[in-house]
Write a protein that binds this ligand. Structure first.
Ligand code: GAP
Length: 448
């Protein structure tokens, strides 16, 4: 898709991601598998940092939250009760001329949108999004199970287990990070819409009647989190679902959207699921999934506020948001474009790069010993890279392009004065510090 005005080209992002080891096409040597992606050495670090930051903010720093890691495969009745078997569908239309398939609700025209086609579209038919598989050694006898399309149901079916073991009082939430699968009709925009993706979900249980107030508090808290990981506030907006967009379980939903190269796109949905899920599972399983309220001396079925986001979409937004091209002058006085990812240091895959000025063997022992210390430093608390290939200028550019906030350069003076140079990614300012003060100075620049 063409980028809108002032938006970067998605091709540039995809090319950087491949070149530098963020994201690769899955099964590439076999020609790839449509819209499935593999995270490379830097991508996996970036994604992990996003998940860790979220878990830290949403679970560890709050006293009203606990975590869970439920299985992907669940009893098939789960999906009957949740309504997914019946309602988790999208309207599929097919062009009668070129046979391309589309999600009807994503189309802006009533004819085939393919530029040289414009053919008539079929009547919509509802297409089921859950992936089916078989459990057991013999396909005919085996029971059908589904790859979960959301992690949420693992939380609902464990409601009693968590309440009884953690003794949490309302309001409280259960958070979970894990893979989900949807056989989407149309995929695309790189890692934005795929058939396998990772979710970070919270089911926050509240007293009925307190749901609306707590819903709006969660919208604010989630927006704050996106700002904390470094997304530009003017690239974020909140949009309320129209009644015809609402999922089968939702009373109201607000999406947090990001201004992607192709336009506004959802990164998070924050839904009021009411008591729909707990009641449905009570009906299907016969188990009581209620909460005993000591104040009123009665059992209540809590309402649920659900902040739910896709990790891959958050990663995509971070890369797009931080991608910057700047005009600079090189050492020969020629102007050139500097590409950098202005990632927040807490999210950057590499925190610090140690760069000896050259490969001269005199610089090697000191550079290596600094690298060894920083790698294990709890003050730096992240990945440190060593790079001595090519000119120092090229190495700075390479680190800029992968979003490394700080480089440490070891030169011949360092051998005498026991000082090194810290070079900052965004300003390119360089300052000299004593090696004994290096860890603390770097930590301050990274995290304060
Ligand atoms: N349990 C609620 C739920 O599943 P959703 O809005 O369907 O709600 C939540 O999904 C989030 O999961 C979305 O906001 C989006 O970030 C992510 N997501 C959904 N479908 C996706 C897909 N096909 N590829 C990547 N991420 C997806």
């Amino acid at each position: 898709m063409k980028p809108k005005n002032n938006h970067i080209d998605l091709e540039k992002i995809m090319s950087l991601c491949k070149r530098r080891g963020f994201v690769f096409q899955s099964s590439e040597i076999y020609g790839g598998l449509a819209s499935t992606w593999d995270y490379g050495p830097l991508g996996v670090e970036l994604k992990r940092n996003v998940k860790d930051h979220w878990w830290q903010s949403m679970v560890r720093e709050r006293d009203d939250m606990v975590g869970l890691d439920a299985s992907i495969l669940m009893h098939p009745d789960t999906w009957k009760a949740s309504g997914h078997l019946e309602s988790f569908t999208d309207p599929l239309v097919e062009c009668k001329s070129c046979n391309r398939r589309y999600r009807e609700d994503h189309l802006e025209t009533s004819a085939c949108p393919e530029p040289n086609c414009g053919g008539e579209l079929s009547e919509p038919r509802m297409f089921h999004l859950m992936f089916k598989t078989y459990m057991g050694p013999i396909e005919e006898d085996a029971s059908i199970v589904y790859l979960r399309p959301e992690t949420a149901q693992g939380i609902f079916v464990n409601f009693n287990n968590v309440v009884n073991s953690s003794r949490k009082k309302l309001p409280f939430g259960i958070a979970q990070i894990g893979k989900a699968f949807r056989n989407e009709i149309t995929t695309g925009n790189f890692i934005f819409r795929t058939r396998e993706f990772e979710m970070m979900e919270i089911e926050y249980f509240v007293m009925p009647g307190q749901d609306e107030e707590i819903h709006s508090k969660w919208i604010d808290d989630c927006l704050e989190w996106y700002k904390a990981i470094g997304l530009k506030p003017d690239k974020l907006r909140v949009r309320e679902h129209d009644s015809n967009e609402l999922s089968h379980y939702a009373k109201s939903t607000y999406d947090i959207e990001y201004d992607f190269p192709w336009g506004w796109g959802e990164i998070q949905g924050i839904a009021n699921r009411t008591d729909y899920d707990l009641k449905s599972h009570m009906n299907m399983s016969g188990e009581k999934l209620t909460y005993y309220d000591e104040n009123s001396g009665s059992h209540v079925t809590p309402y649920v506020i659900e902040p739910s986001l896709g990790v891959d979409r958050a990663v995509m937004a971070l890369i797009v948001d931080s991608y910057t091209e700047e005009e600079t002058t090189n050492k020969n006085g020629k102007s050139e474009i500097r590409v950098l990812l202005k990632l927040n240091p807490s999210i950057s895959p590499i925190k610090v790069a140690v760069l000896p000025l050259s490969r001269n063997e005199k610089l090697n022992p000191l550079s290596r010993s600094i690298y060894d210390i920083l790698r294990k430093s709890t003050l730096i608390n992240g990945n440190v890279q060593f790079d001595d290939a090519q000119s120092i200028g090229r190495r700075y550019r390479r680190q800029d392009e992968i979003g490394t906030p700080l480089c440490v350069t070891v030169d011949f003076d360092s051998l005498d004065d026991q000082m090194v140079t810290i070079r900052e990614r965004d300003s390119m300012i360089q300052s000299r510090v004593l090696i004994v003060d290096l860890q603390e100075t770097l930590a301050k620049k990274l995290y304060l």
